[in-house]
Design a protein around this ligand. Structure first.
Ligand code: ADP
Ligand code: 5GP
Length: 202
């Protein structure tokens, strides 16, 4: 069985990435979400092992500094540490599942160097709208919202390095765009795996 593909999804915080991803995953079989490790505190409603593995700095560093590293990639984002566990990703891909990494632009760059991912950047329609969404979510205090907005400007600079660019203005359209990308990439990779010349017998 061929390995599943690795899909990297990045977006400024509050842009709607989680909302889009949940919708796409609910009706496209064969996709799994890679649950990251983080030192940030859980938000209301977040569950350990489902949204993140919530760990302290000591646990995070032990995983990171293992040889070989327990992380496929890791980064400090908005003052917290985040990392993608290497083993889980490898096992799921080996089982033929397409693995989605919801990671920041620094992590995306590390994955590009280590593997051959499909990379997708999701942008908000404007910085003002991003601010409204972040505040509307109500999960961060004003200082955290300000930090995430100022980081968003920097993150947007990396958008050109991604294979695909989606603007999340109308939610239904953004969901359909991501779904289409995943279906097309599956077909493209299947064709490449089956060899250069395609023998068709009619
Ligand atoms: P992220 O995962 O990128 O941090 P979320 O998925 O948590 O962002 O979305 C942030 C907020 O924006 C949520 O309250 C969500 O309901 C809202 N949202 C997402 N997409 C849209 C959209 N297209 N139009 C308006 N609001 C949206
Ligand atoms: P949040 O705290 O809003 O869940 O996530 C903040 C940022 O961290 C988002 O940009 C998200 O994509 C990123 N992030 C989440 N998990 C990881 C990870 O494992 N590695 C990296 N590099 N970034 C991550």
């Amino acid at each position: 069985m061929a390995d599943g593909m690795l899909v990297v999804l990045s977006a400024p915080s509050g842009c709607g990435k989680t909302t889009i991803l949940k919708r796409v995953m609910s009706d496209l079989p064969g996709l799994v979400f890679s649950v990251s490790h983080t030192t940030r505190s859980p938000r209301a409603g977040e569950k350990n092992g489902r949204d993140y593995f919530f760990v302290d700095h000591h646990e995070f560093k032990a995983l990171r500094d293992r040889q070989p590293s327990g992380f496929l990639e890791w980064a400090e984002v908005h003052g917290n540490l985040y990392g993608t566990g290497r083993r889980g990703v490898e096992e799921q891909r080996a089982a033929g599942l397409d693995v989605i990494l919801d990671i920041d632009v620094q992590g995306a760059e590390q994955v590009r160097r280590a593997a051959d991912p499909v990379t997708v950047f999701i942008a908000p329609p404007s910085l003002d709208e991003l601010g409204r969404r972040l505040r509307g979510r109500g999960s961060e205090d004003e200082q955290t919202v300000a930090l995430r907005l100022s980081n968003a400007k920097q993150e947007m600079q990396a958008a050109a390095d991604y294979d695909y660019f989606i603007v999340n203005d109308v939610l239904d359209e953004a969901v359909e765009s991501l779904r289409s990308i995943l279906i097309a990439e599956r077909l493209r990779r299947r064709r490449t795996l089956s060899g250069q010349s395609i023998d068709l017998e009619f």
